[in-house]
Design a protein around this ligand. Structure first.
Ligand code: KIV
Length: 276
């Protein structure tokens, strides 16, 4: 059986041969599947706004949504390290409120650490949450919660100045005490420099194979949607498989070939013809 990876083991993967992997999960059944696989970590991302709740982005997801989904994932994946995402609005008002909300997510969901977006501006908040005893993952580069400021889901850090800002953000997150940092939507060249210049492991999504670890959104990598971003590989085509299964069900019901003798209860009830 898989053994749950720990924070020190995640830290120790830096520069090693093993690439620690993570996928998103938002519910008990999918978490159970991840738990049975070789994937090391689960992210209950606020991407659940899009994948589970049908929103256009992550803003609008509440702390209660995160606690609800994360707690069910934790139940389904007892042997997998689970990250709970702090949603927009839960850590940008004051440090005190951020610590209170991080405590709430950590204690009520049972996750193994929390993740929040941002660089130097968020450093005091990361520091305070770590001081409170909660492991923190940073998240820099393309940060979906501040998509409005970035003008959409766009690759970040393409100019020298923008690249320097993201490297500075990585250093700020590291210095604040985060034990890992997600690098999203940045050129591979920049991810390589950051990975080499900081001492905590980097987890890439749209950041190339140079990162210490890799994460993908389950719905994307399982091919549940027709369209996926450039950085995604569909490792399965569940869109075709699932719609095919639904359509076969409809066909067989209409042909009365399902249910059949094997998929019905065949108990013989003596005298059934006497029922009034
Ligand atoms: O919410 C999420 O799924 C994420 C990943 C894109 C890293 O933050």
């Amino acid at each position: 059986m898989k053994k749950k990876i720990t924070v020190p083991e995640i830290r120790a993967c830096k520069g090693g041969d093993k690439v620690i992997t993570m996928v998103t999960s938002y519910d008990y059944t999918s978490a159970k599947l991840v738990d049975e696989s070789d994937v090391d970590m689960i992210l209950v991302g606020d991407s659940l706004g899009m994948t589970m709740l049908g929103y256009h982005g992550t803003v609008g997801v509440t702390l209660d949504d995160m606690i609800y989904h994360t707690s069910h994932v934790v139940k389904g994946a007892p042997n997998t390290f689970v990250i709970g995402d702090m949603p927009f609005g839960s850590y940008n008002v004051s440090t005190e409120e951020a610590v209170r909300n991080a405590n709430k997510l950590f204690m009520e969901s049972g996750c193994d650490c929390i993740k929040l977006e941002g660089g130097a501006d968020m450093a005091p908040i990361i520091k305070a949450i770590v001081k409170a005893g909660i492991p923190v993952s940073g998240h820099i580069g393309l940060t979906p919660q501040t998509m409005a400021m970035m003008g959409g889901f766009k690759v970040q850090g393409k100019s020298l100045q923008a690249a320097q800002e993201i490297l500075d953000a990585a250093r700020a997150v590291e210095e604040a005490g985060a034990f890992m940092v997600v690098l999203e939507g940045i050129p591979t060249m920049l991810a390589d420099v950051i990975t080499k210049k900081i001492s905590i492991p980097t987890m890439g999504i749209g950041a190339g194979a140079v990162c210490d670890m890799q994460v993908l959104v389950a719905q994307d990598m399982l091919g549940m949607n027709d369209w996926v971003p450039k950085f995604v590989k569909k490792f399965a085509d569940l869109h075709t498989v699932v719609i095919g299964a639904y359509n076969d069900f409809v066909k067989e019901c209409n042909a009365r070939t399902f249910p059949n003798h094997d998929t019905q209860y065949n108990a013989v009830i003596e005298g059934i013809e006497n029922l009034k």
